[in-house]
Design a protein. Structure first.
Length: 120
């Protein structure tokens, strides 16, 4: 039976370099490719993270659905408090609504994409 392997995830944004800088600093991933329209990060695992410029980009409005989130990243943190602090220092925002009874934390990247930090 044919199969496919996840090669990467790409996020739409207004400024690929800035968003790649945020996620690179947060995850330790390094730049694999860069142009004015697209930046890719890698950690050598075979699943890369890309950022593509979209004219007229409108950030998601989480938790509302006026502009739906469409997708989000889940990141495992070895020290949840320390990684949350780093993300906030790098420009993430923490919305008031935090579902999950403390099992994970929802943050918004500098382009407005929700992402979750979890320790499990």
């Amino acid at each position: 039976m044919p199969s496919a392997v996840l090669r990467g995830v790409t996020l739409d944004c207004a400024d690929p370099r800035t968003l790649a800088g945020f996620y690179g600093a947060l995850t330790g991933m390094r730049e694999l490719f860069s142009s004015d329209e697209f930046v890719a990060l890698t950690d050598g695992s075979g699943c890369d993270l890309g950022f593509q410029r979209v004219d007229g980009y409108r950030p998601p409005r989480w938790p509302g659905q006026e502009v739906p989130q469409q997708a989000h990243l889940d990141l495992r943190a070895d020290d949840l408090d320390a990684v949350e602090e780093l993300a906030l220092e790098l420009g993430a925002a923490k919305p008031d609504r935090q579902p999950g009874d403390g099992r994970w934390r929802v943050l918004l990247d500098p382009a407005g994409h929700p992402f979750c930090l979890t320790s499990s």
